[in-house]
Design a protein around this ligand. Structure first.
Ligand code: MTE
Length: 309
């Protein structure tokens, strides 16, 4: 398949970190197990298939990935999501899939994951705010799900919606973007093998602050396209409205492909701060399409990427 690559080094690296994580989890869970609690999936691990996506990347630590977040429904501070998102109930959870599909419906997480082989995908995450991380996601290709529900030929775009839960999401009281948070992709972007729905990190279930139980990950686009805690996926004919584009179209385009040559009106996008190492976090050059140019540039052939930013 186009876009597959291998890096044994990175996989070995992640395996070590995953093993370390699991040991810690098992030790933390030992007390609960002694009290008769059932060792659930959080201790067993998700058993994701290790695959070759990784490209020599050094993943951030579990602590970094799960304590420095953007999830404005829970507050705008980087540590608000980890503090507040625990109140969101993610089981049971269902996703409404509607619009131009053969089998619309309200799909439970069980339905969505039935027959799915979860896979590890180590991707760069580049936030539009000019910081970045490397995250070992666990998930499956969005194309798998779209093919299962059957996309009608008239569908050209996919629209996504996050849960709207005022009782547990203090951020909804502030009209930052128009809630619920929405995002969208062109159908060919949605069907690209790099585009995944993620349900975990480091072989552990997705923490709430990172978008449990299911979120989008589109690694060549700014992080805000990777919408969290999805409750609705709609196949539509025309470009859907999206949260940040609605806030300011000149700052946040519909495409939002990572592009070091197109600055945000208020700051440069030429470089990024890689989270980690505390004060010593490194400033590194930002890569075109976040380093996925070989895999995705063909989607935008002939398009003016400054105009369609
Ligand atoms: N999804 C929702 N629903 N709400 C948000 O505020 N923030 C986005 C994106 N998805 C956001 C969201 C932004 S700006 C980024 S950079 C990523 O989530 C951050 O993902 P992470 O916290 O898992 O690193």
């Amino acid at each position: 398949m186009a876009g597959r690559y291998k890096s044994d080094l990175t996989m070995a690296d992640v395996t070590l970190k995953a093993a370390w994580m699991n040991r810690r989890q098992i030790m933390a869970g030992a007390g609960a197990a002694a009290l008769g609690a059932i060792a659930g999936p959080a201790m067993a691990g998700l058993g994701a298939k290790k695959t070759g996506y990784g490209q020599g990347l050094e993943p951030n630590t579990w602590e970094e990935i799960t304590s420095y977040n953007n999830f404005y429904e829970f507050g705008t501070g980087k540590d608000d999501p980890v503090r507040n998102a625990g109140a969101m109930k993610t089981d049971p959870w269902s996703v409404k899939i509607d619009g131009l599909v053969d089998r619309p419906g309200e799909y439970s997480m069980g339905d969505i994951l039935a027959g799915v082989t979860l896979e590890e995908r180590i991707y760069r995450l580049r936030c539009v705010e000019a910081w970045s991380m490397v995250v070992p996601w666990v998930g499956f290709e969005l194309a798998d799900l779209l093919n299962r529900v059957g996309v009608k030929p008239s569908a050209k775009y996919v629209a996504f919606e996050t849960a709207y839960l005022p009782e547990v999401m203090p951020g909804l009281s502030y009209p930052i973007v128009s809630w619920p948070y929405t995002e969208g992709l062109r159908l060919d972007e949605a069907m690209h093998p790099l585009t995944i729905l993620a349900t975990g990190i480091y072989d552990e279930p997705m923490p709430n602050q990172n978008g449990a139980p299911i979120r989008l990950v589109v690694p060549w686009k700014y992080g805000y396209k990777s919408i969290k805690s999805i409750t609705r996926i709609s196949l539509v004919e025309s470009e859907p409205p999206t949260a940040w584009n609605g806030y300011s179209a000149s700052e946040y385009g519909f495409y939002s492909n990572v592009n070091p040559n197109r600055d945000h009106p208020r700051w440069s996008q030429a470089s990024e701060r890689r989270i980690g190492g505390g004060l010593f976090s490194k400033k590194i050059p930002t890569l075109m399409f976040n380093g996925y140019e070989k895999e995705v540039a063909h989607l935008y052939e002939g398009m003016d990427l400054i105009k369609y930013h």
